[in-house]
Design a protein around this ligand. Sequence first.
Ligand SMILES: [Zn+2]
Length: 291
Amino acid sequence: MKENLPSGITLIPNGAFHQDNYGATYLIEGDELALVDPGTSYSVQRLLDWFKENSLSPSRLSSILLTHIHLDHAGATGHLVDELSDLDVYVHARGAPHLVDPSELLASVKDATGSRYSEYGTLKPVPEGRIIPLDGRTTLNLGLRELIALPTPGHAPHHLVYQDLETGSVFTGDSAGLYLGGELIPTTTPPSFDLKKNLTSLEKIKKLSPSALLYSHFGPGVEPIKLVDEYGRILQDWVELIANFTRNYDEKEVVDKVLSKKRDWLGNSFTEEELVMNVKGVQRYLSWKGN
Ligand SMILES: [Zn+2]
């Protein structure tokens, strides 16, 4: 894994859902340190331990960059801000109010995840003064290192990707899918997945001419354009498959059909519950669209 990482960027496995190779937090090292997507609230201790093991003082961290506020990406934020006083938190402007008052977000996670809710941990409120809301393409200066934040709605309306201008690599969050064990898997979580917007965002990512894609799930992908194109096809096929099943079968049958067709996706840290949740996200999208 390490060999494909751009210089100055380190992957810290954050242990989300008790899986070693599912949640990736990235550390960007310049004259200041920044974390991209610190993971769930359960990841906090793991990250602090990692700093200790690597003889880095966490007090050198100056910022957290969030691709979006889903708890497996942003859950640790409030705890880290509490622990380390001077952190700035970069997040899409639409996500910012949910960090200040997470009650609506937590209710939505509960609704989407059902019995798996406790695995998502929680989110401690983040003081408003620590948040830097981003709207539109923005250049960020982290000490001497510059990054671009770019809105990429689709997986969620408040999704951003970040491009590190020094290496050209792009932190994709969930915009470009899951990349588990070398396989691309769609991530179409409720409540706000939107196929059309996600496909437009993939084109925006391609226009950045990324040198590498740094997936939150999990690790670097070194053929960016090929991977982005492939994900666009996978996403369209996935939505079409569910649309067809949904027209012809009841809710339980749809899930059974999808499971029998896509069982090969399971394993590699991708669970049946997650697959079912992704089916629901697509159905929700289709119901808005009146399909
Ligand atoms: Zn997500």
